[in-house]
Design a protein around this ligand. Structure first.
Ligand SMILES: Nc1ncnc2c1ncn2[C@@H]1O[C@H](COP(=O)(O)OP(=O)(O)OP(=O)(O)O)[C@@H](O)[C@H]1O
Ligand SMILES: [Mg+2]
Length: 274
């Protein structure tokens, strides 16, 4: 098996450890653009089964845009997003729809439907995409809420939840269909350290106990060091990826800009949560 991730020659070497199994997703020479404006180009990387892959980079560099490309919401300007042998953007709408059901997503704004209770929010995908009875849907939704530490919030209105609880409820909804792959856009941004730590624990539980693969946009150093197996760094200036590898390796040996990002704030142990 070829363990080399192809990245452009001007980019730092891939510092990822050797891979144990076939990648879940292969991103090949992806260029992303809005109209004529290129956001990022030449992105080539894999998502490995069972890993937590963090995506980081300066504000506006294209992290959320990359997630949109990975989940089928925005077609590449060039390049491909392959799930196994299937091209997410190949002209086979049925296959693409089936692929899209294999992953859960929480968006940066993370909105729950405010007109429904938290429980109804989590039940919605079950009602839409499974043949479960109302009673089964409720049981499953209660189970998912318990998983994210919100067992008591089934009847709650979203407006009454704290920011961290809303994020966890959105994750419960994303987990409703037991997706093997979960995409989270800045799940711990704006949370207090304790709520962020709970979210990190949840992500590790999903990876270690449920074998969920997690792709997480984050600029929170605590979270990156606590949960990410690998970090993909998107550079705003050069408009391409400048590093891919375990955060501690990149902090030591990564390109200058990536080291600076990972050392910012900077005591020697800034990666450890207080
Ligand atoms: N729908 C759109 N149409 C045109 N340009 C867009 C659109 N969405 C985003 N952009 C632009 O694309 C660039 C990347 O945006 P994106 O939201 O992906 O960045 P980001 O890295 O997620 O930023 P942040 O850290 O602030 O969340 C930005 O310059 C943004 O202004
Ligand atoms: Mg974003």
């Amino acid at each position: 098996m070829n363990n080399t991730v192809l990245i452009p020659p001007h980019v730092a070497q891939d510092a990822s450890p050797p891979r144990a199994s076939a990648p879940l997703v292969q991103v090949e020479a992806l260029t992303m653009a809005y109209g004529d404006v290129v956001i990022q180009r030449d992105l080539t990387f894999d998502i490995e089964p069972g890993e937590v892959l963090a995506i980081a980079g300066g504000s506006g560099c294209g992290k959320s845009t990359l997630l949109r490309h990975l989940i089928g919401l925005h077609a590449p300007a060039a390049g491909r997003v392959m799930y196994g042998t299937r091209d997410l953007y190949a002209p086979d709408p049925d296959a693409a729809d089936a692929l899209r059901r294999t992953f859960g997503v929480t968006f940066q704004a993370g909105a729950l439907w405010s007109s429904m209770t938290v429980g109804e929010n989590v039940m919605l995908p079950l009602q839409m995409f499974t043949g479960m009875s109302a009673r089964q849907c409720e049981q499953e939704a209660r189970f998912k809420l318990a998983l994210v530490g919100l067992a008591d919030s089934f009847e709650a209105e979203p407006a009454t939840l704290s920011g961290g609880m809303k994020k966890r409820a959105a994750i419960a909804r994303a987990l409703a269909l037991n997706p093997p792959l979960l995409f989270l856009d800045e799940p711990s941004a704006g949370l207090d350290p304790l709520a962020a730590a709970h979210l990190d624990d949840l992500i590790l539980h999903l990876r270690d106990d449920l074998r969920t693969t997690v792709v997480m946009v984050s600029h929170e150093l605590h979270s990156i060091f606590a949960v990410a197996d690998r970090l993909l760094f998107l550079d705003a200036e050069s408009k391409t990826m400048t590093a891919l590898g375990p955060p501690d390796v990149l902090k030591r040996d990564g390109p200058e800009g990536v080291q600076a990002f990972l050392r910012r704030g900077a005591g020697p142990d800034e990666g450890a949560r207080a």
